[in-house]
Write a protein that binds this ligand. Structure first.
Ligand SMILES: Cc1cc2nc3c(=O)[nH]c(=O)nc-3n(C[C@H](O)[C@H](O)[C@H](O)COP(=O)(O)OP(=O)(O)OC[C@H]3O[C@@H](n4cnc5c(N)ncnc54)[C@H](O)[C@@H]3O)c2cc1C
Length: 405
């Protein structure tokens, strides 16, 4: 493993990789769920974790410049002290790096109102295979000069270049935040209530959904609750109060309970949401985890199909996540002896996602584990272009090889 401290050191390592022809695998905190930062076939792991300085916070331009190893939460804390805010909030935000977030195009609950990592990256410094250091993008909020190579690198999973500096757009910190938790008799009722809130013109920062399998794993006393929604509203105090009032009116006749939370009790609810993934280990020693996205109007149909398939294959399927933007984490839990059955169930689920005009990954990407499914969604022509782009950036195929394709 190499732990560079400067872009020049990254450049020298990538130059050596090209001279000596050994693979290099960039790595942030190693939290990717797809195997993307693993040196699966050998090679040098290039960990960016020592490049962890916040280089600049500029309140006038609403810009922050960071090295790639800065942990997302560390930037949020530094900004909050200046009355500023960086919205993208993957559930791993307390430990994943901004370099990893950019390389995977990470998203989180606040994607509903604020968008995802992709919407905040203004400029990057990147080191190409072979060692050339390239500045990409602009520090300005707009810029259309030439092809958008900055965006091409976002979500490229470390296969095109190593990111060594990131210029991010930031926002003023909303003065008020409040959480609303609502329990429902079924998952379908929860999803339909969420649609009612969003169709009424309300725009919460987040609208998260947890199904009954997740509630069982979290050991939340259920009392008939088979579906849970967590909303976050933020903004000026009066606007938040008005939105909460309207949401209450829509939800109170539909839900089994409604609870408003702020401060520490709100944080407890969001910690509970972030603990879903580890809690699911109780339901199976192995899992197949997908993060599919559907048009919101199809979420109910998808959930019903997931339940039917779960019954048919006899394996628990947990559905949870950022339902507000249509992004559901679908986890199949199983034991090693049930591997084939779990794979068959996964394929049925992924087919249904595509049939409902969805996409196979909203934020986790392809990595190693989902390569087989790429051609299910991407047309042969587009795939050919993508492979040609990879060859253009990395003619020797030495940067994070065997990932994505
Ligand atoms: C409990 C848990 C919850 C999670 N929740 C979410 C979620 O809500 N939303 C979400 O989007 N993801 C989530 N993830 C997945 C993961 O945290 C994200 O993909 C995150 O962005 C990865 O950041 P990292 O620093 O760990 O990067 P790594 O896992 O180390 O690397 C991820 C990819 O980025 C590449 N990479 C890393 N740094 C660089 C760099 N500087 N230059 C070029 N390439 C680089 C690697 O090669 C690899 O392909 C979760 C993971 C866990 C374990």
């Amino acid at each position: 493993m190499a732990l560079p401290c400067t872009p020049e050191e990254v450049s020298r390592i990538l130059a050596l990789s090209y001279e000596e022809e050994f693979p290099v695998v960039p790595r942030g905190a190693g939290t990717a769920t797809t195997g993307a930062p693993l040196a699966s076939e050998g090679g040098l792991v290039l960990a960016l974790t020592l490049m962890d300085r916040i280089l600049e916070i500029n309140a006038e331009d609403l810009v922050a410049v960071v090295e790639p190893g800065v942990v997302n939460a560390k930037l949020k804390e530094a900004l909050a002290g200046r009355g500023l805010f960086y919205p993208p909030d993957p559930a791993s935000f307390r430990f994943s790096t901004l370099g990893g977030n950019v390389a995977t195009g990470a998203g989180g609950p606040k994607g509903l109102k604020y968008g995802v990592t992709r919407d905040y990256v203004l400029a990057l410094e990147a080191v190409l295979p072979g060692g050339e250091i390239l500045p990409l993008g602009t520090r300005t909020l707009k810029g259309v000069v030439g092809y958008d190579l900055t965006r091409l690198l976002i979500g490229s999973e470390g296969t095109l270049a190593v990111i060594t500096k990131i210029t991010l757009k930031v926002l003023p910190l909303p003065p008020k935040r409040a959480t609303l938790a609502a329990g429902f008799a079924t998952g379908a009722e929860a999803l339909s209530a969420m649609q009612a809130v969003l169709s009424a013109g309300l725009l919460p920062a987040a609208a998260e959904f947890l199904d009954e399998v997740v509630l069982r794993a979290l050991e939340i006393p259920q009392k008939g609750v088979q579906g849970l929604l967590l909303f976050e509203f933020d903004g000026p105090e009066k606007a938040v109060e008005e939105e909460l009032h309207q949401a209450f009116k829509i939800l109170e006749s539909r839900s089994l309970f409604l609870e408003r939370a702020e401060g520490a009790s709100s944080e407890r609810l969001w910690e509970m949401r972030r603990s879903v993934s580890p809690a699911l280990k109780k339901l199976g020693s192995k899992r197949l985890a997908d993060d599919v996205v559907l048009p919101r109007s199809h979420l109910g149909t998808f959930l019903a199909t997931a339940r039917e398939l779960s019954d048919h294959f006899g394996l628990p399927v947990a559905c949870f996540g950022h339902a507000g933007d249509g992004n559901l984490h679908v986890n199949i839990l199983y034991e090693p002896s049930q591997e084939d059955r779990a794979q068959a169930l996964r394929e049925e689920i992924l087919r249904k996602v595509l049939e409902l005009s969805g996409t196979l990954s909203g934020e986790h990407g392809i990595g190693l584990l989902k390569k087989a499914y790429l051609p299910w969604e991407i047309s042969p022509g587009a795939l050919k272009l993508m492979k040609a782009i990879k060859t253009l950036f990395d003619p020797k195929g030495l940067l994070n090889p065997y990932k994505v394709f």
